[in-house]
Design a protein around this ligand. Structure first.
Ligand code: C5J
Length: 221
């Protein structure tokens, strides 16, 4: 087992049973003209997560450990997008509307793609998910069973929405979950801080958090 200096206590991972799950590092959440900005968010916060997530990807690739990327997307006919999701609030552009990067959050459109700095490479799994949690209405559970993994390391955006939801789903399914602190971001710094606190509170009720350097030091020793 590899021991990582984490909070609320040491995170132990089995190098033969650990995968990286990178949540929704898509142009629509990170770049100007996408869904994040259409919702009125300050997308500049997202920039901070890019280099640390890239570094994590590099570490997993060097180790040959499984990497899974998710994308929050919908079918072009919106058949998997509940009206309640599309019609909520008054964004500048709704899911399915056409913006500068094509139709918002629609599979196959430029905005739905993963940013180039974190793009999947051959052999990595990409999961399109219609919800916030990556287990809902996807094959993720079966894919993880196929890899035989027990420990999941998380990165991606946004911390309190899709990252936290997926960590909670994974925790309920018996996975040991660690989120790398610099490799996740929110449009709201206070929400990121609160989410990391929530995850590791009560003896790690959802999982663990650790700085990237602690993870890197532990796995490269
Ligand atoms: C949001 C996500 N924030 N990937 N999606 O709507 O967190």
């Amino acid at each position: 087992m590899i021991r990582i200096d984490a909070a609320p206590f040491t995170f132990s991972l089995d190098p033969s049973a650990t995968a990286l799950v990178v949540i929704d590092m898509q142009r629509d959440f990170i770049e100007p003209g996408g869904f994040g900005e259409a919702l009125g968010n300050d997308i500049s916060h997202m920039q901070r997560a890019i280099a640390p997530t890239g570094k994590l990807l590099q570490l997993f690739r060097q180790k040959g450990w499984p990497v899974i990327h998710t994308r929050e997307t919908h079918a072009p006919d919106l058949s998997d997008c509940p009206p309640a999701k599309r019609e909520r609030g008054s964004p500048a552009l709704r899911i399915g509307d056409t913006g500068p990067m094509g139709r918002i959050l629609i599979r196959g459109e430029p905005g739905a793609e993963i940013i180039s700095d974190c793009a999947p490479v051959a052999g990595e799994t990409v999961i399109d998910k219609p919800g916030k949690g990556a287990f809902y209405a996807t094959e993720l559970g079966k894919i993880l069973e196929g890899f035989g993994v027990k420990h999941l390391v998380f990165a991606g955006v946004t911390t309190e929405v899709c990252v936290q939801t997926t960590m909670r789903e994974a925790n309920d399914r018996g996975y040991e979950c660690l989120v790398i602190e610099e490799a996740t971001e929110s449009y709201f710094p206070e929400f990121k801080a609160a989410t990391l606190d929530m995850i590791r509170a009560q003896g790690g009720i959802v999982g663990w958090t650790a700085p990237l350097a602690n993870f890197e030091n532990a796995i490269t020793q």
